[in-house]
Design a binder for this molecule. Structure first.
Ligand code: ADP
Ligand code: MG
Length: 598
């Protein structure tokens, strides 16, 4: 028989290994920052262009590398951090696998210049896809400067599947923040496309949190501190009222390494039990210090999951120390989690005709529901509509599909819908009954209206009497900044400051009481690019807006609100699925009901 097994050349092996280490530009940011930290840098600069797709550059003033080390650091399994197996049980550095530089250089164009102190010249190496292009002496400061260009140039599938710049940038910022929090003793500067996003001076943990998450975060912090034989805990939680619906700021660091741990997260959630609505997530920034021999950080290639020897005790200590802090700082349960915000006095819109801050000619009296009077026997237009009704269009360009229920096969009668389980709207039809998912239906309604308003370039923003100010982190502000133009086109008019947003106008149907949550959702959905195969950026943003602004399942709707959902859904071009291709309703015919009784 012929031998068929090949020994793969090093560059191919590296490229395969790179798949695990480098998922996206953010992975490069993480690995390079960690190398600089391990090199004892006191100051690290990171510069990225085009969300890292063009270049990621990291400059540090660490110990640098010798000529020989520069030549071999891109080989696989080359590391200065461990030398034999017993070192694996006492890891104090970030890296130790000796894989990152090999992997990165296998799938990009890398240039590295490094100089040690006391040595006259720096050494510079250029590597393209594991192939050394040049290796020479050069001039530079003490430290290391590494540039990674054209990531995934030789893996087109990976390159093509990178997400939008918003999403990739958010991932990079996430990694940056993790390193920045773990190392307040290091000065860190982050440039995104030549603009300085972060400039974090050397400080302590609390100041670092404030520098990252805004001055306002200082009032939200409650300290946590506990020293035991197996674990020292030190850090902060946010007061319960600052918990978020979207996963907010949740950070565990174990021996200065950011880790993910659903188990320990549960410990914190349980410490907050009774203090926050279970649908909300507490924010925390906690440093855990344990004996390095009692953990295994080798279980995950990017080292964000670790194994503790005594997980149960750590859980218990963590929970107890957070509970103690909450008690210590007199934090008592909020009285009513389920307060219905819609019962609060609504914020006033400016009453004069000056509701059009984006300079668009609109007939504010126009009511698309008035076009066909005969419709009124099915429809009751009401206050809720005024609150929720979306963008209004001028009558000339009215293309709203009419409510022709004769067209709708099962012929909905709107007399008496009922809401089930705060989620489903059930209504009788000619041939049986229909069950509508309220959230998905409302997403469909909003999505079509957003699309339409964008196509017709007609929106009806309502100017707020006083701008509403909401605090956000710099990263969130950055997301809003890069999407400001398109959000303006939807009637969201706002000014940005470094850590807050002033909202001047919103589309007429937006519930002002929920503005903070709506913006949080909006930012979250933009940053995480909801599951998507959109035609275009504007289609995607319509989806994001509809998802962020729709009423949720779990909200009680009164009769008129239910009718509004039914009416508007069946006025849509597409009624059966939400913008994310999920069913908006199901029908059950009398014959099916009959069958159930057989
Ligand atoms: P690891 O960090 O797991 O050791 P890497 O592939 O990331 O592996 O780096 C290989 C080696 O290159 C490191 O062990 C270190 O000695 C050296 N090195 C990498 N980056 C730097 C840097 N910024 N400053 C000094 N030395 C570095
Ligand atoms: Mg490394």
């Amino acid at each position: 028989m012929k031998d068929i097994i090949n020994i793969l050349p090093e560059n191919v092996a590296n490229q395969i290994a790179a798949g695990e280490v480098v998922q996206r530009p953010a992975s490069v940011v993480k690995e390079l920052l960690e190398n600089s930290i391990d090199a004892k840098a006191k100051e690290i600069k990171i510069l990225i262009k085009d969300a890292g797709k063009t270049i990621i550059q990291v400059i540090d003033n660490g110990v640098g590398m010798s000529k020989r080390d520069v030549s071999i650091c891109f080989n696989r399994h080359t590391t200065s951090k461990i030398s034999d197996a017993k070192d694996l049980f006492n890891i104090k550095s970030k890296g130790f696998r000796g894989e990152a530089l090999a992997s990165i250089s296998a799938i990009s164009h890398v240039n590295l210049i490094s100089k040690q102190s006391g040595i006259e010249l720096a050494n510079e190496i250029e590597i393209h896809g594991s192939e050394i292009k040049s290796n020479k002496s050069s001039v530079s400061e003490v430290g290391t400067k590494i540039s990674v260009k054209n990531l995934f140039f030789n893996i087109p599938a990976r390159r093509n599947f990178l997400k939008s710049n918003n999403v990739e940038l958010k991932h990079m910022i996430t990694e940056f923040i993790r390193v920045a929090l773990a190392h307040p003793e290091v000065k860190l500067i982050f440039y995104n496309d030549d603009s300085e996003m972060y400039n974090l001076p050397v400080s302590n943990f609390k100041k670092r949190i404030v520098n990252l998450f805004g001055v306002k975060s200082s009032e939200k912090l409650v300290p946590v501190s506990e020293n035991t034989e197996i674990l020292n805990v030190d850090g902060f939680i946010f007061k319960p009222q600052y918990s978020k619906k979207t996963r907010g700021e949740q950070f565990f660091f174990v021996n200065n390494r950011f880790i993910k741990s659903p188990y320990l997260n549960h410990a914190i959630n349980s410490a907050f039990e009774g203090l926050i609505d279970p649908k909300y997530n507490p924010s925390y920034f906690l440093n855990l210090e344990v004996d390095p021999a009692s953990i295994d950080i080798n279980i995950h290639p990017t080292k964000t999951e670790i194994k503790f020897e005594d997980e149960h005790s750590i859980y218990a200590i963590l929970r107890a120390s957070v509970k103690y802090s909450l008690g210590q700082y007199n934090i008592t349960p909020a009285l009513d989690f389920n307060r219905d915000k819609s019962l609060d006095i609504p914020y006033d819109f400016e009453k004069n005709g000056n509701s059009n801050s984006v300079g668009i000619d609109i007939n504010t009296n126009y009511n698309p529901f008035d076009v066909n009077k005969s419709r009124e026997k099915y429809v009751e237009i009401d206050l809720f509509k005024q609150k929720m009704d979306s963008l209004e269009f001028s009558s000339e360009s009215n293309e709203l599909k009419e409510f022709n229920f004769e067209d709708f096969e099962s012929n909905v009668h709107l007399n008496n819908p009922i809401q089930l389980n705060k989620k489903f709207i059930v209504n009788k039809t000619k041939s049986g009954l229909i069950i509508i998912n309220q959230e998905r239906a409302h997403q469909r309604i909003l999505y079509e209206r957003f699309l339409k308003s964008l196509t017709l370039n007609k929106v009806n923003p309502q100017k707020l009497l006083h701008p509403i100010v909401i605090d956000f982190s710099k990263a969130d502000i950055e997301t809003l900044k890069s999407n400001k133009n398109i959000l303006n086109q939807f009637g969201l008019d706002f000014d940005l400051e470094s850590e807050k947003i002033n909202i001047n106008a919103v589309p007429s149907f937006v519930n002002i009481d929920n503005l903070k949550e709506i913006f949080e959702n909006l930012i979250y959905n933009i940053q995480n690019e909801i599951p998507d195969n959109s035609f275009s950026e504007s289609d995607l943003i319509c989806k994001i807006m509809s998802k962020s602004m729709s009423i949720r399942n779990g909200k009680s709707l009164d009769l008129k609100e239910q009718q509004y959902i039914i009416n508007s859904l069946f006025a849509c071009k597409e009624t059966m699925i939400c913008p994310f291709n999920l069913k908006t309703y199901v029908q059950i015919n009398y014959s099916e009901i009959e069958n159930m009784f057989k």
